[in-house]
Design a protein around this ligand. Structure first.
Ligand code: ATP
Ligand code: MG
Length: 139
């Protein structure tokens, strides 16, 4: 069964470029509801923990460096079929390959500064939601 939650992060490029308002509007217009949201500055340890599955990848150090280069906006989003629908809304990891009209196609500059994160499974959506919003008692 598909879950109804996903976790997104508006990445440092989205915040630095002043795109957060437009991206949030895009997400709301697509039928997602915001269950939780905050603006935070990640540190190296926290960003590394979040991307722990990529620790052995060649781009890990750059990825963490980018994610701590400025504030980010994590959000828990709610919608039927949230994980798959949100990944369709944001487009491919590499913005050069992201379909027209997707968030990465509209706002992202590179595979690293790709504007938004989206959970890749229901299990990871819950894990990531608790990672950023451990104070929420029920999700
Ligand atoms: P995200 O997890 O951020 O939603 P994704 O699921 O589309 O993105 P992943 O394979 O999980 O892509 O990679 C995580 C992040 O690592 C990407 O969003 C991107 O910023 C970065 N990344 C992925 N592949 C590369 C690469 N080849 N070179 C540089 N950075 C990369
Ligand atoms: Mg991913």
């Amino acid at each position: 069964m598909n879950g109804n939650l996903t976790l997104t992060i508006l990445k440092p490029d989205a915040v630095a470029n002043g795109h957060t308002g437009k991206i949030i509007d895009h997400i709301l217009q697509a039928g997602f509801r915001i269950k939780a949201m905050k603006l935070i500055q990640l540190d190296e340890r926290t960003a590394g923990m979040f991307y722990d599955i990529h620790r052995e990848r060649s781009f890990f150090k750059e990825l963490v460096g980018f994610m701590i280069s400025g504030p980010v906006v994590p959000m828990i989003l709610e919608k039927e079929n949230a994980v798959a629908d949100f990944r369709e809304l944001i487009g491919a990891t590499d913005p050069a390959k992201a379909a027209p009209g997707t968030i990465r196609n509209l706002y992202a500059r590179s595979i690293e500064a790709n504007t938004v994160h989206g959970s890749d499974s229901d299990e990871n959506a819950l894990r990531e939601a608790h990672f950023f919003f451990s104070d929420l008692e029920t999700l």
